[in-house]
Design a binder for this molecule. Sequence first.
Ligand SMILES: [Zn+2]
Length: 400
Amino acid sequence: MALVLAGLVSATAADDGSTATGVVVHNGAVFTVLEERSDGWVVATPCRTEIFLDEGVRFYTADVVLDPGHGGPETGSVGANGLVERDVNLWVALLTRAELEALGYSVVLTREVDLHMGIVQRANVANALSPSGFVSIHHNGGAVRHSHEPGTETFHQYGDDESRRLAGLLFEEVQAALATWDVRWVDTVHKGTSARIRSDNTDVYGVLRLTPDLPSAIVEAAYLSNAPEAELLADPEVLIAEAAAIARAVDRFLTSGDPGSGFKRAFVDAATTGTGTGWNCDDSGYGHSVSVASGYTEQEYADLVAMAARVGRSPESLQRFGVYALDFFHALGGRVSLDPFPPEVIPVVSGSSVPVDVTLPWTPADQVLLTRVADAYGLSPAEAQKVGAVLMVFLIGISG
Ligand SMILES: [Zn+2]
């Protein structure tokens, strides 16, 4: 039964990002803060797993958020010279941040290293920081039509004037910067500034659709799929020029009323499904496990071992199932009134009379559950763990 309970609880536990405020940056990954605690934060990882994190740099807001598109197994376009879009996007984003910081802006990236991250979490990072501008940086693929000038494409949020102005300035600056080089460019009919929408007038791109309160835009600079342009993107000078252009566009957006240029009509694109679903996203390496020790009397420990043996589990895992069960009962609290435990029934978890320690390593994801259960019942984590064990001994006992 505990397994069933655990499955039910974990399937419903991770869906509330609405109160997110700010982020923590740690080892180049960016975590949205779901809950502030005295000893750290409950956060969502780039793969949207809820974990407990106790180290990193806290940001409550930022002037600008930059999103280096793709990452990890989602490579984006790949050049004939081996250049991969996810890397080029990151290099340009890092260079753009440096340019913007030199102009006095605070900047946060959705990722500072190569990692897997879905579209929803990229939008969550931007929304959590309430920036004055959000730019997703990409490089294009697919076009074959020869052009005498770069095929820069920028996309804005449908029906949003500020987003449209931001995209127009990005097109204007990036197109002019790249045009300095004379190569065999390619383009499509979508060269310029436009909105790519579905038949119901919503934006195709999730980073635009999921950030309705921000001026957001996507820049697709140069075609990695076109060998001459891939060669160009292998030149650091070109990347620096592109980054400076993006920074100038953002600066003009924030300090002037300049309209931008390259505007085209919005177009319906029913075929584009896009990448960035975060499918199979696995970032279980973040955070670190902790051990929580709970003391038991000899009799309590003997009962725990006996009941664990009866169901073919370890005493440690029985404690964990018990905490999941407590979480399940707490989740029923809307219908069943559950008050904090009266002090007289809280088990003793420490002291000289306790001969046996049962310690259990709690993963960063499990720590979220343990602290939630402890808070809900007014217990310490060690007490909650032991109450869980006592509960399991009771449940297995009555099941015969
Ligand atoms: Zn891309």
